[in-house]
Design a protein around this ligand. Sequence first.
Ligand code: M6R
Length: 364
Amino acid sequence: DKGQYRHFMAKEIAEQPEVVGHTLTRFVDMTSGRISLPAGADFDFSRLDRLAISACGTAYYAGLVARYWFEKFARLPVDIDIASEFRYREPPLTPGGLALMISQSGETADTLATLRHCRAQGMKIGAVVNVPTSTIAREADVVFPTTAGVEVGVASTKAFTCQLAVLAALAIKAGRDRKVLSEADEARLVASLIEVPRLMAETLHLEPEIEKLASAFAKAQDVLYLGRGTSYPIALEGALKLKEISYIHAEGYAAGELKHGPIALVDENVPVVVLAPFDVLFEKTASNMQEVAARGGKIVLITDAEGAAHAGETFATLVVPKAYAFVSPLIYAVPIQLLAYHTAVFMGTDVDQPRNLAKSVTVE
Ligand code: M6R
């Protein structure tokens, strides 16, 4: 039931504060302010040498964000692959190591094939899944559930941010298990994580402003998305969302990579969405943004109030609430979803059922 919404995607975007909050209650003990994994999923990360993550599409981008978290908070090296590539790369796997699958549907054939491959190599299988009765959930040793509820829109939105919430909690837990994080560190990270639903709700208020950008985006042939650090996977996700539902060609790049080629594409017809929270990486990203501006690119900057104050001239600046750097991917996911959504609505495409795509891809 779409309720008051025109599309399931709109409803699912709007539901995020609630479902991310719900997902977090399963992973955080609100009284102690510490991570507490759900019953049956109390995995101990202390003895791992590496973590191997596999997933497809949007779930893969959640994994890319998680790599930064596991490496930073738990000093745990992460290998991450697109599931359809994983087996053919023939990576050396450690028996007894953990292979982590991420999947909304739990039925994605490529991810399932990787799960079975890893199991055959003697690895333990963890799965971040949204459908608890799915094949991937059934075949995994440990299930870390997202509780996003049923996601109908083919373009994944709330499942993605719930995946990020679970992965953030797991990275903190890994940091505790591996004695990288002190109790105070954990408390600080958890405190910033439980602020996320409120910050997401505030971010949703940008919708009218974002809707106004739709006509400019609808005219574009190509759109670039740039980000550094954990904003880089969000740039990839922004480009995927726009491609899927508006059919406009879009690419996400690490902001520093622009000058190594893609800047050749930039002219006054190319909107460039820059994801840049005011953190330690801001100055660098801002200078990449200047390179784009110098070539006439239409910059849409997504940042917080401080970032907006430090940025030069842009085509549009969307100001999201200030958040701890750690949780910014969950916040910045919201405006890129809304931007794709309103562009597609403006163009009149079938938002919930885009051409050529299926909600769950059960062939390899
Ligand atoms: O169900 P899964 O999470 O395993 O699906 C993976 C991808 O097929 C999925 O994320 C796809 O990329 C979405 N259409 C993205 O919006």
